[in-house]
Design a protein around this ligand. Structure first.
Ligand SMILES: C[S@@+](CC[C@H](N)C(=O)[O-])C[C@H]1O[C@@H](n2cnc3c(N)ncnc32)[C@H](O)[C@@H]1O
Length: 417
């Protein structure tokens, strides 16, 4: 018996009914089996031996291919999902197989390859496991800052938009969909998420499909390098006919500063798809902080490294400080494992953004955003709801986490044509 047929039997030996949870798991597994072998001996599914000789026609997979059953973790994920994820997992596996088969020189090389590999490899942990992160205080704080930014600057742009399908958001570098709940609360009508890391994009799509709380909104997700491609070359044209009210880029814009070409491509994508009067919001590392730390290192330091128990930054040089491609390596506990990033020199960024019709209206460091908003009627209580502080107002962050938060700042641009 061919191996792929045996695998199919193993996974379908307890055939779940369609009405049972996990019913489609079996159906999707069988679909891959059917791809592998368009045979007629369905009797095997019921334990009888077929009299039809195994002689597949129209075979689409190589003879040695083996069907891998869904893992228990994948089955668990599937059970909680109303439909379609089995197919998605199979697509993901196909992509992984293709990656393996592709010759090395065709794979993404250099820094972009490292960034993609890193984010794709990070597991998408569930809500309860997320709470066990050693830096949960910092993660919650970062989420709170993004909520403030979205509520203060994106929400007005969403509600003031007109037309049938108002309230459109483009999330460039959407990752695993960590901001979907925030957008739901901001009453977005349509969300488009794009990210270079294809596995993260699948996870974001799944997260949207599983979201049960908050207003529902239409969402679509696409894998694309937004800093090396025009969106119109990678997304369905129908999605881009109408402009967006908001473009968001959270904790990712700095990857575009690897080169001037990429930074311009990123800004071109923003300005090409933002409506007049729309908002561009984002968070980036704070160059003043980074370079301040770099300058404070002893003159004879053998390594250009600083940080604490939570984060570490390593520069390669402090003599040359180019406006683009000024690289450092970033480590953040339980989040980023020594990934190449680029300094975003602020004045250069603002000048460049102006060339694309983007006018700066707000810029603030994370610590300052806390100062400005922690007693606010809405954002103050949100600190507790988002578990940045406990019921007594005590922070869940230790000093090292609080210092790591100072690495970032938020920005908000208004587009004017
Ligand atoms: C720190 S994560 C932030 C994810 C999400 N914005 C959030 O705040 O939860 C950075 C994201 O930027 C994405 N990214 C990096 N370079 C990119 C590029 N050239 N095009 C699109 N996404 C990119 C990464 O894949 C990753 O998902």
């Amino acid at each position: 018996m061919p191996q792929n047929r045996r695998s199919s039997l193993e996974t379908t030996s307890r055939p779940p009914s369609r009405s049972q949870p996990g019913g489609n798991t079996s159906i999707n597994v069988k679909m891959e089996s059917a791809n592998a072998d368009v045979g007629t001996d369905t009797n095997n599914l019921f334990g009888k031996r077929s009299t039809t000789p195994y002689a597949p026609k129209n075979r689409r997979t190589p003879a040695h291919s083996v069907l891998t059953p869904l893992s228990p973790a994948e089955m668990e994920r599937y059970r909680n999902y109303p439909g379609g994820v089995g197919t998605m997992l199979l697509r993901k596996r196909k992509r992984e197989r293709e990656m393996q088969r592709r010759p090395k020189r065709e794979r993404k090389v250099g820094d972009v390859g490292l960034v993609v590999e890193h984010y794709n490899a990070r597991p998408d942990v569930g809500v309860s496991q997320r709470q066990e992160s050693p830096i949960i205080g910092l993660k919650s704080f970062n989420n709170w800052v993004k909520s403030v930014l979205i509520t203060r600057f994106a929400h007005p742009a969403l509600v003031e938009s007109t037309g049938m399908l108002r309230g459109r958001v483009l999330d460039m570098g959407c990752g695993k969909g960590g901001d979907l709940t925030k957008w739901s609360k901001a009453k977005v009508r349509e969300y488009v998420g794009v990210d270079i890391a294809a596995i993260s994009v699948d996870q974001a799509r799944l997260r949207h499909a599983q979201t049960r709380s908050g207003p529902r909104f239409a969402a679509s997700f696409f894998p694309l390098d937004c800093y090396a491609n025009r969106l119109r070359d990678g997304l369905p044209p129908g999605l881009l006919v109408r402009p967006f009210d908001v473009v968001s880029m959270q904790f990712c814009m700095h990857y575009a500063f690897e080169s001037e070409e990429k930074a311009r491509c990123m800004l071109d994508n923003v300005s090409a798809h933002l409506r007049s009067g729309g908002r561009f919001i984002g968070t980036i590392p704070n160059a003043t902080q980074l370079l301040g730390h770099l300058d404070a290192l002893p003159k004879d330091a053998s390594e250009l490294t600083f940080g604490n128990s939570v984060y570490k930054i390593r520069f390669e040089t402090r003599e040359q400080r180019p406006l683009f491609g000024f690289r450092y390596w970033f480590y953040l506990q339980d989040a980023v494992d020594d990934v190449p990033e680029y300094v975003v020199q602020w004045d250069n960024f603002v000048k460049l953004a102006a060339e694309y019709g983007l006018k700066l209206v707000y810029k603030e460091e994370f610590h300052q955003i806390f100062e400005e908003h922690h007693e606010h009627d809405e954002f103050g209580p949100l600190l507790q709801r988002m578990r940045v502080v406990d019921a007594n107002g005590e922070s869940h962050m230790d000093e090292d986490q609080w210092e790591a938060a100072s690495v970032y700042m938020s920005a908000n641009f208004l587009i004017i044509y």
